[in-house]
Write a protein that binds this ligand. Structure first.
Ligand code: NAP
Ligand code: MG
Length: 496
């Protein structure tokens, strides 16, 4: 019995989708990779073959960029009212919502995440489109009073051009849609390169994009491997901007490659985010927040709160609570209704996480709970809590991207805890738990991170700029600045 048969008649559309081998969306039509090569994507809950998508190469990227360029210059797009783009975006949002069950099942199968979570992400993606659709007609400029009299001068924002969008596997659908939404709102045309591990929802998105009626070539989707299709997109002279989410290592390589042509670039990279808990916090809420913050999506989250700093007065209580939560979490297949944590994405990621735990043990860390793989099918990992860690340990310094948290006590010195929290190459997010608003805001100022959450405040919203300090990235996504990141400013001055 296939997984879809097991899920009943509602999933027949997904079963049909999985039985087909998928092509590339270029210029409004589905076309195989020129090489004929195919990616086999697996179900991380079983390690078994799930579906097939074309493995696009440089020649396919070339065609996709040409299609995006043609679409960009087509008066149907270039001269259209912003409301035209907004209308298409709303249509796509409605289609995503109408197909949310199937999209969620595909995402859960391909990535491993719990179905409920995948569905939530689909609805979030639809909302993101609607939010960004609102910006399409609100992108403007300023009039400038010049120091020389007799002039009329103004600025305007123009679409940057063709944008290459490269996304990872941890939230494949949501990230692809969020990037497309901001780019299209600004008037760009795009080529999307999804992660090799999770191509399926991007392909389904392509089908919905056609159904929504986007003009051909405005959104192109090339599934393929990073070092081949991704690299070709980054190096392509016809691409004006790259927006990348993924690892810091690849982000740096992309920045270096883009420097050669001074291509515009935004980067959302890794993190090692601190969670700081004071003794006056709502401890029960803090325990849940800390546990969810690192175990959500099996820790495969760029903002994962993987370093836990707890005031010594409540350290034992807090760690006990997180350990209790870690052992209670239901780890299993994403399609089982009460699953809270799914598998890791791949054998490679499982090996990587286990390698980190081994290193942590060797360096003197104490594994209070977890530390092992679960079962021998699929890539399941126990939620893991480590104490007795020191700031110089590998486990504390490097992004693990798995369900592993290092807990460390601190005393009353706020400067010291801020120093420890900032003792990382990353600066993506931080979270603070205290009832003392003065402590919370003082610390928020000291923390070097793009997003600071206080008492569980949400860090991700279409209207909240998101991105990293230091080696966690360049630029911001979401909010007004997220759309502006797909524009160039032009100054125009007239002698009167
Ligand atoms: P990755 O290699 O950085 O992959 C991210 C995206 O970049 C994928 O679409 C990938 O394609 C593509 N890519 C890879 N090499 C490329 C190149 N030379 N030129 C252009 N594109 C390229 O990340 P990963 O290997 O999947 O994950 C490794 C680590 O990255 C994780 O353990 C985690 O630490 C971090 N990560 C961070 C985030 C985040 O949101 N900050 C997200 C995911 C992963 P392919 O997948 O097809 O090779
Ligand atoms: Mg897969």
């Amino acid at each position: 019995m296939t997984v879809c048969e097991a899920l009943g008649p509602g999933s027949s559309l997904v079963a049909d989708f999985l039985s087909r081998s998928h092509n590339l969306l270029i210029g409004g039509a589905w076309t195989p990779a020129q090489s004929g090569e195919v990616i086999e994507t697996i179900d991380p809950a079983t390690g078994r073959l799930l579906g097939r998508a074309a493995a696009g190469g440089a020649a396919d990227i070339d065609r996709a960029v040409a299609a995006a360029r043609t679409a960009l210059e087509n008066p149907r797009w270039a001269d259209a009212a912003p409301a035209f783009r907004a209308k298409l975006m709303w249509r796509l949002a409605d289609l995503i919502e109408a197909n949310a069950d199937q999209l969620a099942l595909l995402e859960s199968l391909d990535n491993g995440m719990p179905l409920r979570m995948a569905r939530f992400a689909c609805i979030g993606a639809a909302e993101n489109l609607r939010y960004n659709a609102g910006w399409a007609g609100k992108i403007g400029g300023d009039t400038a009073m010049l120091s020389v009299p007799g002039h009329h001068a103004y600025t305007q924002r123009e679409a940057i051009g063709v944008a290459g969008l490269i996304v990872p596997w941890n939230f494949p659908f949501g990230m692809a849609v969020a990037k497309i939404a901001a780019a299209i709102a600004a008037g760009c045309t795009v080529v999307l390169k999804p992660a090799e591990q999770t191509p399926l929802t991007a392909v389904r998105l392509g089908e919905l994009i056609l159904e929504a009626g986007f003009p051909e070539g405005t959104i192109n989707i090339v599934t393929g491997y990073g070092p081949i299709a991704g690299q070709a997109l980054v190096d392509h002279p016809g691409v004006d901007k790259i927006a990348f989410t993924g690892s810091t290592v690849v982000g740096k390589a992309i920045a270096a490659a883009c420097a050669r042509s001074l291509k515009r670039i935004t980067l959302e990279l890794g993190g090692k985010s601190p969670v700081i808990i004071f003794p006056d916090a709502d401890i029960e809420a803090a325990v849940i927040g800390a546990a969810n913050g690192v175990f959500y999506n099996a820790g495969q989250v760029c903002v994962a709160g993987s370093r836990l700093f707890v005031h010594k007065k409540v350290f034992d209580q807090l760690v006990e609570g997180v350990v209790a939560r870690a052992t209670a979490l239901k780890v299993g297949s994403g399609q089982v209704p009460d699953t809270e944590v799914g598998p890791l994405i791949s054998q490679k990621q499982l090996d990587r996480v286990q390698g980190y735990i081994e290193t942590g043990r060797r360096e003197g860390g104490r594994i209070v709970t977890g530390g092992n793989r679960i079962g021998d099918e699929g890539y399941f990992m126990q939620p893991t809590v480590v104490t007795d860690t020191r700031p110089d340990m590998t486990l504390v310094r490097e992004e693990i991207f798995g369900p592993v948290v290092c807990a460390m006590p601190f005393d009353d010195d706020m400067d010291a805890v801020a120093r420890h929290a900032n003792d990382t190459i990353y600066g993506l997010a931080a979270s603070i738990w205290t009832r003392d608003i003065s402590v919370a805001h003082k610390l928020a100022r000291k923390i070097k991170a793009g997003t600071v959450r206080i008492n569980g405040g949400t860090g991700l919203d279409a209207n909240l700029p998101f991105g990293g300090f230091k080696q966690s990235g360049w630029g911001r996504e979401n909010g007004r600045v997220g759309v502006e990141a797909y524009t160039e400013i032009k100054s125009v001055s007239v002698a009167l």
